[in-house]
Design a protein around this ligand. Structure first.
Ligand code: G6Q
Length: 541
């Protein structure tokens, strides 16, 4: 358990107070910091697990960085990290261990938690997944009428959807192209209906992915999919066309899925930290068991880096500390994730859940309300597309937005010089956002005086530049783990619980209450606004 001292108010630590003073004092701009120190880029660029992180375009001085590292010491980040890695119940409000790092441990690295060797349990499931995935890929697993599987439909939502859906796009270059993958999450009937338009029942395999196997959206879609299949192929076809990923064997059996075809995981895997558990079954079918192992190796390499690299060059620690600096001390509310890779199109959406569901909290672990800013809003789109829409606000808007620009050096699809164009745009944006463009520079282009103010870019927008050589399963795993651990560091500094999601739970509960009222025809008795909206919906539906 955490010591009382670490639970205490972080604002009372000497480092926090020093950082508040540093943030309030007039500081140098990013341009001034870059121009004053020829060594800045070298000293603020670090590498681990094949990811390169350049923090030179952040608003940090040597003193800020030193004090942030001191804050990490005072908040005992290293001890908390070790607690997480060894299975201490750091998810305090649900009394659970937080062990997603165990999902990617090598088979020969046992880890005993609460009396069980979790590594061997993880590898048992991985072997069963591998056998299943390879039999689908190789055609040994067939549908009820003997057809090969050509469509996989993953039915899940939130943590049981966003990771697999993101990985599907990210790793398309490494995927089996003879199988089409669909991800159905929304309870809006359109989602399933449109996905099934492209599928033939005899060739379709459904993966029902739900930790609890009780989530309204997922179970509703799973039952609708079951009806679609049974109408075409009969009741006996279900066992060849449905498999489950869940921790709830009883509910899986109740649904009619043979528990032989259920791939389990554990309550110590949070939904948003589960893409590397059996929730990643669709990913394994796409990239094969070897590809999935590489993904896990990338995750594990970043775990090892986080656990062992010196604080001054520890990527997740530095990234987490800079996130705290930007959010809490500089008051920057949002972070734009801007991957210059079409394969990372779903990465911002994935990170939105990882970061905002984890650190969108206003109460500390000791139950006291926070009186400082916590989790930033994350959002984004791939470059260069975003440049032609919302970047205008990033450059000249009245809000300062921090950006994570992600560059992939080598394209899997080289077409003439398009990759150079893509990277040139990424680097141009990093430069302009951070350095800006002064009135003198604009005037020097021959711009008439009246137009100059319109073309000035204030700059001083913080940018982290992340570079990987290729986007392959290994680097995808490393990138995700980098963000996972950065989120963890932020949570420890803020003293909040990053691993529960009571806001999400309440949403599920309230919706069920309203649904009952909508369906049983009784008069609503919620609040005036909800009751009026229910009335309007009833008149219009
Ligand atoms: C993730 C959240 C949430 C969850 C979904 C799906 O951390 O808890 O997004 O993953 O609500 O839950 P099930 O997997 O239980 O269906």
């Amino acid at each position: 358990m955490r010591s009382d001292e670490a639970l205490a108010d972080p604002t009372q630590t000497p480092a926090w107070q020093r950082l508040a003073a540093l943030a309030a004092a007039p500081g140098k701009t990013i341009r001034e910091l870059l121009d004053a120190d020829p060594d800045r880029v070298r000293s603020l660029t670090h590498s681990g697990a094949r990811v390169h992180l350049d923090l030179s375009r952040q608003r940090i001085t040597d003193e800020v960085l030193r004090t942030l590292l001191q804050l990490a010491d005072e908040r005992e980040v290293a001890a908390r990290r070790d607690d997480m890695f060894t299975g201490v119940h750091i998810n305090v409000t649900e009394d659970r261990a937080v062990l997603h790092t165990a999902l990617r441990r090598p088979a020969d690295a046992p880890l005993v938690v609460d009396g069980d060797d979790v590594t061997s349990e993880v590898h048992d499931v991985l072997s069963r997944m591998a056998h299943f995935a390879e039999s689908v890929r190789g055609g040994a697993w067939r549908g009820a009428t003997g057809e090969r599987i050509t469509s996989i439909v993953n039915i899940g939502i939130g943590g049981s959807d966003l990771g697999p859906a993101m990985a599907h796009v990210a790793l398309e270059a490494f995927s089996d192209r003879s199988i089409a993958f669909h991800f159905v999450s929304n309870v809006d009937p359109t989602d399933l209906t449109e996905a099934l338009r492209a599928c033939k029942p005899a060739e379709t395999l459904f993966i029902v992915a739900s930790k609890t196997f009780t989530t309204l959206e997922t179970m509703t879609n799973a039952h609708a999919a079951r009806r679609w299949l049974v109408e075409a192929l009969g009741e006996t076809a279900v066992e060849r066309h449905f498999v489950a990923v869940s921790t709830n064997a009883e509910k899986v059996a109740e649904f009619g899925i043979d528990t032989e075809n259920m791939f389990g995981f554990w309550d110590w895997v949070g939904g948003r930290y589960s893409m590397d558990s059996s929730i990643g079954l669709s990913t394994m079918i796409a990239v094969g068991a070897d590809g999935f192992r590489q993904l896990l190796d990338g995750f594990h390499a970043m775990d090892e880096h986080f656990a062992t690299a010196a604080a001054e060059e520890n990527l997740p620690l530095l990234m987490g500390l800079v996130a705290v600096w930007n959010r809490t001390f500089l008051g920057i509310q949002t972070t734009a994730v801007l991957p210059y890779s079409q394969y990372l199109a779903r990465f911002p959406a994935y990170l939105q859940q990882l970061t905002m569901e984890s650190n969108g909290k206003c109460v500390r672990l000791d139950g006291a309300p926070v009186d400082y800013e916590t989790g930033a809003i994350f959002w984004g789109e791939p470059g260069t597309n975003g440049q032609h829409s919302f970047y205008q606000l990033l450059h000249q808007g009245t809000s300062t937005v921090a950006s994570d620009i992600i560059v992939v050096a080598r394209s899997e699809n080289p077409l003439t010089d398009q990759q150079d164009m893509l990277v040139a745009n990424a680097l141009a944006q990093a430069a302009v956002l951070s350095r800006g463009r002064t009135a003198e520079e604009v005037a020097a282009d021959g711009t008439p005086a009246w137009l100059v103010p319109h073309k000035v870019m204030p700059g001083n927008r913080p940018v982290s530049l992340l570079t990987v050589e290729r986007l392959d399963p290994f680097t995808l795993g490393a990138l995700v783990a980098l963000y996972e651990h950065s989120v963890f560091v932020q949570g420890v500094i803020w003293g909040i619980g990053s691993f529960d999601q009571w806001g999400v739970e309440l949403g599920k509960k309230v919706a069920m209450g309203i649904l009952h009222t909508l369906q049983d025809g009784t008069s609503p008795a919620f609040d005036a606004a909800t009751d009026a909206s229910i009335g309007l919906y009833r008149r219009m539906r």
